[in-house]
Design a protein around this ligand. Structure first.
Ligand SMILES: [Zn+2]
Length: 447
């Protein structure tokens, strides 16, 4: 037997253990994992020089932009950033221009992306205006639905509990999970109006409006609304301990609920605003050191299911304004998430098992990404190769993302992705993109 590619001289992560082995790849899939002498002959042999091969990492919270927001990011630059950061699959959020919210907008996004992408891409959709469109969205292959409770995006009236319950029931029937940006719109809007009238326009005003209470209130509402529908709900970017506690309690009552944390909420705190200013503004914002500690506790105790970047690129000028309300919240994260997390592995705050569970296994399970998330015969040859001993300094000027800034600029990291294979193709080698766009595949959820 002659296969396409064999990866030699690597350490392979298999079911919580690391083996000295090689990986044979055929037709974009893993054909065999085994000791070198037992591997088939291959047209191409790649020496991984003792580095660690992990299942291709999956980032479930990414804003790839493109279309009318192409000045912030495109399918090409966004997936190049992903591959450079050791990510092989991303899930794209629907708050685009035009909003991804019906069959035609989803199809158009898939059509544009197809020839441009360097990693696999699945798509979220917002809920449509016309209810009948929900089924068509699922048929077209939307991976999940997203509801922003902080601001209406798409056809759903977020102030109407009954409408939300109806949508959750439809999603359940179609088998799609529903992800939530959990912040209470009314509470934030009221506070914001009041602060603006008082002439308060700075970062502390933003933190006051986007308070932990607004998030907690929203998580409580989601849990109450989702209870009756039995739909899988996923809470994005949890930022405070109390919200996490509510989610954990709901899990104990056997609710189908999961949640994610971002590197910025885990590694930055509100103390950092004095140095980094509105550049590091995100929504929800990073919280106090105490909240940060509670998130880490959630990571180590398995309460947090996924680490996702919430890669949200903007033009640099959109990150600064005299009025904080005009600043676009969000930071790029595709190129920093893995190095930052590997650094925590080296510091003993995270194990490799945790990292693989949080960034590959759970994302594949929760979002129903068949054939991904673990290294196994017949599964996609999506492979993230890392060197745990390699040190580097985060330098946003070298990002593939169009957003060339980062709150982590200058941070020393230990542990870097050195090769990224997507569907068996070497896409990133030693930090450089070495494949042509189009090697990534559009993930369509089976209907
Ligand atoms: Zn987001």
């Amino acid at each position: 037997m002659l296969v396409d590619t064999v990866l030699l001289n690597c350490k392979v992560y298999l079911d919580k253990e690391i083996f000295e082995a090689g990986i044979a790849i055929e037709n974009g899939k893993i054909a065999k994992i085994g000791k070198q002498p037992n591997l088939p002959e291959a047209s191409e042999k790649i020496d991984l020089k003792g580095c660690l091969a992990l299942p291709g990492l999956i980032d479930v919270h990414v804003h790839l932009r493109d279309q009318e927001l192409a000045y912030k990011e495109t399918f090409y630059t966004g997936t190049a950033a992903a591959a450079a950061g050791g990510i092989t699959t991303v899930l794209d959020m629907p708050n685009n221009k035009p909003t991804t919210m019906d069959e035609s907008t989803l199809q158009e996004r898939m059509r544009i992306a197809e020839s441009q992408i360097l990693t696999n891409v699945g798509f979220y959709s917002a809920f449509p205006e016309e209810k009948a469109q929900i089924t068509q969205l699922a048929e077209t292959g939307a991976v999940a639905f997203k509801i922003f409770l902080v601001k209406r995006i798409g056809g759903l009236n977020i102030d109407d509990d009954y409408e939300i319950i109806e949508m959750l029931i439809s999603a359940k029937k179609l088998g799609n999970p529903v992800a939530f940006h959990a912040e209470d719109r009314k509470e934030i809007e009221e506070k914001r109006q009041k602060l603006m009238l008082e002439g308060k326009n700075d970062i502390s005003a933003f933190l006051e409006a986007h308070s932990p209470e607004a998030e907690i209130k929203s998580v409580r509402r989601i849990i109450a609304l989702a209870k009756s529908s039995d739909t899988h709900v996923h809470i994005c970017h949890v930022s405070c301990g109390e919200a996490l506690k509510l989610i954990s309690e709901a899990k104990k009552r056997r609710m189908k609920i999961s949640c994610e944390a971002t590197p910025h909420h885990l590694l930055l705190s509100s103390n950092d605003f004095s140095e980094k200013g509105s550049l590091m503004l995100t929504d929800p914002p990073v919280r106090s050191k105490e909240e940060q500690q509670l998130l880490w506790k959630g990571v180590s105790e398995g309460e947090i299911d996924i680490i996702a970047s919430d890669h949200a690129p903007h033009a640099l000028e959109e990150k600064f304004s005299d009025e904080i309300w005009k600043v676009s919240p969000g930071v790029p994260g595709l190129e920093t998430t893995l190095p930052l997390m590997l650094t925590q592995v080296n510091r003993g705050l995270l194990s490799i098992d945790d990292l693989v569970r949080l960034m590959a296994e759970n994302p594949a399970k929760i979002f129903g990404l068949d054939g991904k998330g673990i290294l196994k015969n017949g599964f996609s040859a999506d492979i993230t190769v890392v060197d745990l001993n390699r040190e580097g300094i985060i330098d946003s000027s070298k990002f593939y993302s169009k957003a060339k800034y980062s709150p982590f600029d200058g941070w020393v990291v230990k542990g870097l992705p050195v090769k990224t294979f997507v569907n068996g193709v070497l896409v990133m080698d030693e930090g450089e993109i070495v494949a042509k766009p189009g090697v990534g595949m559009i993930i369509r959820r089976k209907f």
